[in-house]
Design a protein around this ligand. Structure first.
Ligand SMILES: Cc1cc2nc3c(=O)[nH]c(=O)nc-3n(C[C@H](O)[C@H](O)[C@H](O)COP(=O)(O)OP(=O)(O)OC[C@H]3O[C@@H](n4cnc5c(N)ncnc54)[C@H](O)[C@@H]3O)c2cc1C
Length: 370
């Protein structure tokens, strides 16, 4: 087999690998991304596209902050990608909404947000009353139980396939090699790394593992068991309707094409990828209470995807134990985090420190030395 030498090898070219490669391009390093679509590692191609930072991670404030940083980097990233590739990336940076169905839920969410605001020191959002929700999305007739919504101006929604396509189109333009290869094995060799694929062997001084769940296999040379598991998401797609949701609603999100994506359940079900009624019917019923018009519409598709979930829910950005030049990147909201990955992580991947907010996101928190 032919051997190819590069400065940086990135294994995995989903949304994470592509964002990292894009961010590293221009560093003067020779970079190759090795990616082949697999049946299980499909999160980058099955997700909703929410840039979602609100109402989460009270117990992980730095991770919450990291999400806000990413969302603030997004507009510049999208403009840059569009200018470079000539591709249009449908996106809305107009906030996001979580409807609530009772006064009690309204209060409960409000209390959570108040605590978040206190812990973070800043939070650009809060609870809004029903009348304000109706005014924000006048094209939707919300159900009578809807009492209001949690609102945050820093959320957004992007067409995730258009984003991935743009990243991947940008790579060769920025001098990065993106290759369709099935990666079979990754091993350290002579102070660098050797990646065996179905079509050639690739050698690099620096290795970045960004292959989603497959990172568990590829990191084994340094880490017998990576604390990351598959988290099943099940999605129902409702037929096309006129576009009425310029501000995304979590759990019943209208796509740019007019279809509506339902489903927000998280399930630790191993590698099962089948749809099960109990996993989607509750979400469907919730969505019809929120937006009763959905009850008269057809479900036209359903799919599942495995999220890449670190055991404690926080991103892992880390060198591998015993390997100063081997990095691992795994996170569950990699669409939301794509702008941070492209614009804030590269200095770390080139040998520097993690940005202050992400300092606690290495494997050290699981007891590894790295
Ligand atoms: C139903 C669902 C909804 C979601 N909604 C959102 C959302 O709204 N917002 C959000 O921020 N996140 C969302 N997510 C999470 C998000 O999709 C993931 O965090 C993200 O896709 C992870 O990207 P990744 O590139 O790290 O991993 P992956 O998407 O798994 O990509 C890994 C890449 O590595 C490649 N690879 C794997 N093995 C090999 C091999 N042997 N050889 C070569 N290549 C290989 C794969 O083909 C793939 O291209 C959702 C996920 C699901 C399942």
């Amino acid at each position: 087999m032919a051997t190819h030498a590069q400065d940086i090898l990135i294994v995995g070219g989903g949304i994470t690998g592509a964002a990292l490669a894009y961010g590293l391009a221009g560093s003067g390093r020779r970079i190759t991304v090795l990616d082949r679509q697999t049946p299980t590692n499909r999160a980058s191609r099955t997700n909703v596209g929410l840039i979602w930072v609100q109402s989460k991670f009270l117990h992980l404030p730095d991770y919450a902050r990291w999400g806000f940083l990413s969302s603030r980097e997004y507009p510049a990233l999208v403009s840059e990608l569009e200018a470079l590739t000539g591709l249009r990336i449908p996106v809305q940076f107009r906030g996001g909404l979580i409807p609530v169905l009772s006064e009690a839920e309204y209060r409960q969410r409000g209390e959570y947000i108040d605590k978040l605001r206190e812990v973070l020191g800043e939070y650009r959002g809060g609870m809004i009353e029903r009348a304000e929700l109706d005014a924000l999305l006048p094209g939707i007739r919300f159900g009578r139980e809807v009492t209001g919504a949690a609102w945050c101006e820093e959320d957004g929604v992007i067409d995730p396939l258009a984003l991935l396509r743009a990243f991947r189109a940008a790579l060769p333009r920025k001098g990065v090699e993106l290759l369709d290869r099935d990666v079979l094995d990754v091993q350290p060799q002579d102070g660098g790394y050797r990646v065996v694929t179905d079509n050639g062997i690739y050698e690099g001084g620096t290795l970045i593992l960004a292959a989603g769940l497959a990172n568990r296999r590829f990191a084994r040379f340094a880490l017998p068991s990576l604390p990351v598991y598959p988290d099943l998401g099940q999605v129902l797609l409702v037929e096309r309707m006129p576009y009425v949701m310029p501000i995304p609603v979590l759990g019943a999100t209208q796509s740019f094409g007019g279809t509506v994506i339902l489903g927000f359940r998280h399930e630790n079900a191993g590698h099962r990828m089948t749809i099960e009624q109990k996993g989607v019917s509750g979400e469907g019923q919730w969505a019809m209470r929120v937006w009763p018009e959905l009850a008269g519409k057809r479900v036209i598709r359903a799919w599942t995807g495995l999220r890449v979930m670190p055991n404690d829910s926080m991103a892992i950005y880390s060198r591998l134990p015993g390997h100063a030049n081997a990095y691992l990147v795994n996170t569950h909201s990699a669409v939301t985090m794509a702008a941070a990955h492209a614009r804030l992580l590269p200095p770390f991947l080139l040998g520097g420190n993690l940005p202050e907010t992400a300092r606690g996101m290495t494997l050290q928190r699981f007891g590894f030395t790295c």
